[in-house]
Design a protein. Structure first.
Length: 408
């Protein structure tokens, strides 16, 4: 009887006690804090603005209340208004009214200009204080973002550990810390499983290979037994390749923590040297120029990408006059590895299936001498772990053009 799966764990509880008799509007939420902060800021700015306008208006009214003329020895004179020396009373009245209106308009214009300057200054101060206060209030979000970026670089040991008032940001930070704790436990368990599986799966296969090789070394063994031993040895070797591929695929799904300078030209050359004998046996010519292209990554995993691509290009080729072209270079600030080959025609709609584990294009690609169907899956996983990507395009006349792009 199958074991009942363990129920999922409950979500993390909030740091405040929901049973505590506390009104919702009394909780120091971000909304209330921002409301009080910006409301108080604009209230202070409005008070200052009203005070300045009041002082300016009082000064303008005092200036406008002073008559710009006076009577001296029976004559009306003015240093501000242009009054006639000799005129009728009606003309004097019109001139005085016009002078008073001009002075009032001048006071109003002066009040408007000074009010606009004061408003501009207060607006600048208000925006500056608002920007500073918003940065102060939202600084925990920056801390959460920096921690999330560090976690994206596979540093699962980082925690936010946000202190301060018990608001939504602290609740978010505590939930994020709890999620990181669970993720770290899950990744640690996965790494432990991969390490244990590496030992538990390789050991019996190695024992089987040793026993088969010992029996095959006996010259007196029957021909049927030797033929069976060779078949079992080939099957055991294929199982070893499958185990190695699965373990490498599991390890390469994670981000690369320790990075070192690796030249793709050297990696491609090493892969070509390892496949050179197989290419000669199949009559496939390997060509191409490998220019220096240094990236930051894991040399063993990057060599696995090049080896898988070159091996596939040699194995899935035409019977005669086949070739494989391997080039490396820097393009648009990125390191590029391109492996193209002659081969059977590949439909464009089948390209995505090539990168799936154990998925092959045709049934004739299931022979034991052509791998276990994990090569391109491993290559894509390793490329993603290095922050790059791999793509495939059908080549005119048959074959594929595989392009690996990695950041330098």
């Amino acid at each position: 009887m199958a074991a009942t799966p363990a129920p999922p764990q409950a979500p993390p509880k909030p740091t405040w006690d929901p049973r505590r008799p506390q009104a919702p509007w009394l909780r120091p939420t971000i909304r209330i804090r921002l409301t009080l902060l910006y409301g108080g800021m604009f209230l202070i700015a409005g008070i200052l603005l009203l005070s300045i306008i009041y002082l300016l208006a009082a000064q303008a009214l005092n200036v406008g209340s002073d008559l710009p003329f006076k009577i001296v020895e029976g004559k009306v004179t003015s240093t501000i208004c242009n009054l006639p020396d000799q005129a009728s009373p009606a003309e004097f009245n019109n001139a005085m009214n016009q002078c008073v209106n001009e002075q009032r308009q001048h006071a109003l214009d002066n009040l408007l200009s000074r009010s606009l300057l004061a408003l501009l200054g207060l607006a600048i101060i208000a925006f500056a204080f608002g920007y500073a206060m918003a940065g102060r209030v939202l600084s925990p979000l920056g801390r959460i973002t920096r921690t999330a970026r560090a976690v994206a670089g596979s540093d699962l040991s980082r925690r936010i550990e946000l202190d301060g008032p018990d608001d939504e940001l602290k609740e978010l930070a505590d939930t994020f810390d709890d999620m990181l704790e669970r993720l770290q436990r899950a990744f640690t368990a996965q790494q432990r499983f991969v390490g244990n599986a590496s030992h538990e799966l390789r050991t019996p296969l190695a024992i089987n290979r040793t026993l088969l090789e010992v029996h095959l070394s006996d010259p007196n063994a029957p021909v049927e037994l030797q033929q069976l031993g060779k078949t079992l040895l080939a099957t055991n070797e294929r199982s070893e390749q499958l185990v190695e591929g699965l373990l490498l695929l599991a390890r390469s799904d994670n981000q690369i923590v320790e990075r070192k300078p690796v030249d793709l030209a050297e990696v491609a050359t090493q892969a070509i040297d390892q496949v050179h004998g197989e290419a000669e046996a199949k009559g496939v010519v390997i060509r191409g120029e490998q220019k220096p292209a240094v990236v930051q990554g894991n040399g063993v995993l990057l060599e696995r990408i090049a080896l898988n691509l070159v091996q596939n290009a040699v194995r899935y080729n035409v019977p005669e006059n086949g070739w494989v072209e391997v080039t490396t270079e820097i393009q648009h600030g990125q390191a590029v590895l391109v492996v193209s080959n002659t081969g059977p025609v590949v439909p464009a709609y089948e390209i995505d299936n090539l990168f799936e584990p154990f998925r092959r294009l045709r049934t004739e690609r299931t022979g034991s001498d052509k791998g276990v169907g994990l090569g391109l899956s491993i290559a894509r996983s390793v490329a993603r772990a290095h922050g790059g990507h791999i793509s495939a395009q059908p080549r005119d006349g048959g074959g594929l053009v595989m392009r690996v792009t990695l950041p330098v």
